[in-house]
Design a protein around this ligand. Structure first.
Ligand code: SER
Length: 323
């Protein structure tokens, strides 16, 4: 029987992954954990407060729950990491090595998200191949490359079935992203409804790789259910769905919110991070090895985002007050 422990369950990916795992398996087979107390984010499955930097607590929780897999989502994203790189290194690396160590002891499988940020200015931009130069210039990217290597190391040395995906920017309405460079896309949707206008922290022509959250969640589940014999890469597979610029997203949003206005005031830090990443990942290995296919392109994603946002009473109230 599967028993999956999720770390970072209150975050942007964790919120939706936990719900999808509960829907696919059973609530009793999932344990949602986060550094935040569950009173602030209670889910439709058992939930606990857990700090992945506390190795003893992590070990005890995994043992008590009888976890057979750990989906390790707790991490600091790109822009936040640059505000305090040492803290980001500590959380992203020490949290991961703790998870892998406990997984080796308890014979758990592991899922760890990597990112488009594992690439840097020396990587071919369009597309970035599966196997290529990985010399990122951000602390977040450094921890993602090191994390990929660490997962492969624990697989080779201790037989831990660790698997990962290099996610592009993720767009969702259920929970806000936490300090990434691609967050502008989610912010633009919210601002279009609440203010009718948005000032973007990236240049109008910054083309980035993006994915709608339902595709990302399905990718996690499909990768973890794939036969191990089919996988030659493991950590981590490139996956992609769509590429657009802030100007192109604004045009799509305008089709739903007539009169939506966008201005640009590029933030030098986040612009330089975006400029250092590829604008598209080549995901042919994921397609061949475990049958990855995305479902959402830009128009479908935007339509579903507005459907989801309109169904949120707090946002609808803010929208009526603000416009
Ligand atoms: N969305 C992430 C970020 O912008 C990239 O993985 O930091």
């Amino acid at each position: 029987m599967k028993r999956i422990l999720v770390t970072g369950a209150a975050g942007q990916i964790g919120t939706e992954l936990t719900s999808s795992l509960v829907a696919r398996y059973r609530a009793g087979e999932i344990l949602a954990t986060d550094i935040r107390h569950p009173a602030d984010w209670a889910r439709d499955c058992p939930a606990e407060q857990l700090d992945c930097l506390d190795l003893d607590a992590l070990r005890a929780t995994v043992k008590r729950f009888g976890a057979t897999a750990i989906h390790h989502l707790a991490a600091i994203l790109s822009a936040t990491a640059e505000a305090d790189p040492v803290r980001a290194y500590r959380i992203n690396m020490n949290g991961l090595v703790n998870v892998l160590q406990v997984a080796a002891e308890r014979r758990c499988r592991v899922f760890v998200p990597s990112s488009i940020a594992a690439f840097g200015p020396g990587t071919p931009r369009d597309p970035a191949p599966q196997s290529t130069v990985q010399r990122p210039t951000t602390m977040y990217g450094v921890t993602k490359v090191a994390g990929e290597l660490l997962c492969d190391y624990y697989h080779g040395r201790f037989g831990v079935d660790a698997r990962g995906l290099r996610f592009p920017g993720l767009i969702s309405y259920a929970a806000p992203p936490g300090g990434g460079t691609t967050d502008y896309a989610v912010e633009m949707f919210h601002a279009s409804l609440c203010e009718g206008r948005y000032t973007c922290f990236l240049r109008a022509d910054t083309r980035m790789d993006m994915m709608y959250m339902p595709d990302a969640i399905r990718a996690v589940i499909e990768l973890m259910e794939a036969s191990p014999t089919a996988l030659t890469h493991r950590n981590a597979f490139n996956i992609t769905a769509m590429q657009f610029t802030p100007a192109e997203l604004a045009a799509e949003i305008r089709a739903h919110v007539p009169g939506f206005r966008i201005d640009y005031d590029p933030d030098p830090l986040r612009q330089s991070i975006a400029d250092s990443w590829p604008s598209r990942l080549d995901d042919s290995e994921a397609r061949e090895q475990w049958g990855w296919r995305h479902e959402y392109g830009l128009p479908d994603m935007a339509a579903d985002m507005f459907r989801g946002l309109h169904a949120q009473p707090a946002l609808t109230a803010a929208a009526s007050a603000g416009r």
